[in-house]
Design a protein around this ligand. Structure first.
Ligand code: FES
Length: 548
């Protein structure tokens, strides 16, 4: 008898008393570390998805980890038989959108005028010398998401992309959504979330094919909590009604003129030039953060005459509606269901995830699986498809009840793994959809417009990029407007961060624009609950005039 240990999909017969880290090394798996298994750097984290009981007790250096996370240098296999499955924080395997698509031509119509400039061998930031060198002048844009982190390295003199990368946010050990991260940061002194992230960022930056010391400026976008954690601000107030960032409070008190943040490379704990500037894009208000602000720059909202809607569906959905004359923004806590969270067979968009589903004439399921491997679970785009197909074929009604009183529908039944959908999963998805729809209805009604009035409707973010628009319309996640108006724009936040990195004037434009945005507080909208209840039903989201 032995324990079969599977790390990142590779299996080995485990040796009792040996650490997960040692086994990973034997498999040739690269585990992040800066302390050589001393239990000090906290970087060698793994998420254990099966067999936690087969491992040694939690050691002192791991006490900060919540949920199924362990430090691989501390956790040893102790059982004599069974299965352990775990993975390091994922890098490069996740289908993370690193690009944006279908944006207005105008958003690229700017002169390259970065804050970092060269004068002979002098390198200057806003006219102040920071280095003498004839080497390259590089900049780094970062979209710091709750779940994923995207980095884009550019040459500040040419605007050319040099490299990009993405990885799972290691701060997940402090909870999967912002409220738990806020609680974690408040309860655990020592900035553990930031320090762990800094370790991962350092490895990512050092893997770029450049000298990190030639990075002279970095632009950071992210939701209010992620951004403020990165800049080591207290995030406590973002978790308390009325949910405001410390920068927003200070601005209201007249202590600062912008919610943007700035620190040096040295203060950031990253291996970039110590005198580099790290600029945190201003947040809009409350949970409507710097990622939403960057989005506005990417879609060129400051110059847009048409009515534009931007919807970035996620655990926290961001909504922006408006044009150059008036802009409204809201943040909507929809929960992780459409990202596979809280769903029995849900998973992120990784190899093995069912991403497309169709029901054939004979009632069988036709599946498309990421990576062309046997299905292990279902990701957000697959969930939308399956709901839409069950509705279309009458196997589910618009209240989310399965026909024939069944509670479980099997999508695939491979030898080792059954992938299925429960009626209770549909209930979770209904509530997530209800929150998204309520947000949309509240923002549109506050603005005084109808869905049909929008000239363009951007679906931003990785999820919005990959969902099937017609299926989304059928279940009522996306309004029933002409498909020609819907643009699946991809990662507009990293695009906006890059524009702010390459152009001082665009950055100023963004600073000014953010101050003009009206924050629509969904929790105080009088019809929010009514909109939510209606939105929980799986039926097309008609224009407001038709729905009322
Ligand atoms: S390798 Fe540094 S804590 Fe495990």
């Amino acid at each position: 008898m032995a324990v079969t240990l599977t790390i990142n999909g590779q299996s080995i017969q485990a040796t009792s008393g040996r650490s997960l880290f040692d086994h990973a090394e034997a498999l040739g798996i690269d585990v992040p570390t800066s302390c050589r298994k001393q239990g000090k750097c906290r970087e060698c984290m793994v998420e254990v998805v099966e067999g936690m009981h087969a491992l040694s007790a939690i050691a002192e250096p791991e006490r900060h980890l919540k949920g199924n996370f362990r430090l691989s240098c501390q956790a040893c296999v102790t059982a004599t038989e069974g299965q352990v499955r775990c993975h390091t924080m994922r890098r490069g395997h996740m289908r993370i959108e690193q690009r944006a698509f279908g944006l207005p031509i105008g958003n690229r119509d700017f002169t390259l005028d970065p804050a970092v400039a060269r004068d002979g061998d002098r390198i200057l930031i806003d006219g102040v010398e920071v280095e003498r060198s004839n080497g390259p002048i590089l900049g780094l844009a970062m979209d710091l998401g709750t779940t994923t982190v995207v980095l884009r390295l550019v040459d500040l003199e040419t605007g050319q992309l040099i490299a990009d990368t993405s990885f799972e946010n290691p701060q997940r050990f402090g909870g999967s959504e912002v409220m738990s991260r806020i609680a974690y940061d408040t309860e655990h002194p020592g900035r553990l979330l930031m320090r762990t992230l800094a370790g991962y960022l350092t490895h990512a930056i050092e893997r770029f094919p450049v000298d990190p010391k030639t990075i002279y400026e970095m632009v950071v976008v992210g939701n209010s909590t992620m951004r403020d954690l990165f800049f080591r601000q207290s995030v406590y107030s973002i978790g308390q009604n009325p949910y405001r960032s410390i920068t927003e409070i200070e601005m209201a008190e007249g202590k600062r003129v912008t919610t943007s943040l700035s620190q040096t490379g040295q203060q950031s704990l990253l291996p970039i030039h110590p005198k580099a500037r790290v600029y945190g894009v201003p947040i809009i208000s409350g949970h409507v953060g710097a990622d939403a602000a960057a989005c506005m720059l990417a879609v060129d909202l400051a110059h847009e005459e048409r009515l534009v809607a931007v919807m970035d569906i996620g655990t926290n959905t961001e909504l922006i509606v408006g044009n150059k004359h008036r802009i409204l923004a809201a943040s909507c806590p929809a929960g992780p269901a459409f990202e596979g969270g809280a769903i029995a067979c849900g998973m992120p968009a990784l190899d093995g995830a069912i991403e497309e589903v169709a029901i054939a004439g004979d009632g069988s399921f036709r599946l498309r699986v990421i990576g062309d491997v046997p299905p292990e679970g279902i990701c957000g785009s697959g969930l939308i498809d399956v709901l839409s197909e069950l509705l279309r074929t009458g196997r589910m009604n618009d209240l989310g009840r399965f026909a024939d009183d069944i509670e479980r529908i099997t999508l695939s039944d491979d030898k080792d793994k059954e992938v299925f959908l429960l009626e209770s999963d549909v209930n979770e998805l209904a509530q997530a959809k209800g929150a998204n729809v309520a947000g949309l209805r509240a923002v549109f009604s506050t603005y005084g417009i109808d869905f049909d009035d929008t000239g363009v409707f951007y679906l931003a973010g990785g999820f919005g990029r990959h969902l099937n628009v017609e299926a989304s319309k059928r279940i009522g996640l996306v309004p029933s407007i002409a498909s020609s108006k819907i643009v699946q724009a991809g990662n507009t936040a990293i695009e906006g961060a890059t524009i702010a990195l390459l152009s001082k004037s665009k950055r100023q434009e963004l600073e000014d624009l953010v101050k003009r945005v009206e924050h629509c507080r969904l929790e105080t909208h009088p019809d929010f609950f009514e909109f939510f209840v209606e939105g929980c039903q799986f039926k097309p989201l008609e224009p407001i005039s038709c729905a009322s």
